[in-house]
Design a protein around this ligand. Sequence first.
Ligand SMILES: Cc1cc2nc3c(=O)[nH]c(=O)nc-3n(C[C@H](O)[C@H](O)[C@H](O)COP(=O)(O)OP(=O)(O)OC[C@H]3O[C@@H](n4cnc5c(N)ncnc54)[C@H](O)[C@@H]3O)c2cc1C
Length: 244
Amino acid sequence: MTPDTHDQYAPESSLNPRGEFGDVFDFIVCGSGSSGSVVAARLAEDGTASVLLLEAGGDDAAETVSNPAQWPLNLGTSRDWGFVGQPAPGLNGRRLPLSMGKGLGGGSSINVLVWARGHKGDWDHFAAEAGDDAWGYQSILGYYRRIENWQGAPDPARRGVGGPAYVAQPQVPQPVAEAMLRAASTIGIPVYDSPNGEMMEGPGGASIAELRIRDGKRESVFGSYVRPLLSQPNLTVLTDALVT
Ligand SMILES: Cc1cc2nc3c(=O)[nH]c(=O)nc-3n(C[C@H](O)[C@H](O)[C@H](O)COP(=O)(O)OP(=O)(O)OC[C@H]3O[C@@H](n4cnc5c(N)ncnc54)[C@H](O)[C@@H]3O)c2cc1C
């Protein structure tokens, strides 16, 4: 990156004014998307290491980011890298869009907000393939519970309530979603209150999707992990900072 082409993300009062951060950091994290936000926050949280988080895109201050219903409006804009696939013979040579988030939060700022945990069978398969129980469902369940701040019916064996990631069900699901559940039930597919609890351990089922929303607004991974730490002097976030 070149120092002249970036903007320091400085919400409210908290960050060092532009230009006052040092040249040397203990850690530089490239990309403030789902994974980069967690890595930067975990490195910075205890205040001992200096961390620079670089993001090629801009900030996340937009109604199209915060309003869950507007998620499609980000596609094909400056918040989307705009990748396209190779021409596909099966699609008469068309190239399908392969959207990827660009800006604070990365994909978690433009995605469909669905919180879908992995199935027990998948995790246990990963563990078997890796020969390492740490990848197994019982192990991963501990991480899920630590990550989540689940807002629905208590399920302490499976769901977490003290974590950084708000997860909630839509207050008023679309009528078509309710109809889908009734249809599933009539053909013998079990209907669950949640897709991420008991259903993720069984042979299958139907449920209303859970979302990464807080008070009706999107909560990106950047919002869950990095934003709460922005007042810490050891964490610097730069937007419009393309790493080359
Ligand atoms: C339209 C859409 C809908 C989706 N819906 C869902 C959903 O409902 N539920 C779900 O779980 N997942 C969904 N996903 C997928 C999910 O958002 C991604 O899997 C996830 O965000 C990937 O995380 P990541 O950290 O690997 O990458 P990203 O979140 O994409 O983060 C990468 C970050 O790095 C930045 N970056 C890249 N190159 C550079 C560079 N050279 N210099 C500086 N910064 C750089 C990018 O701008 C971006 O901010 C969706 C994705 C899209 C695009």
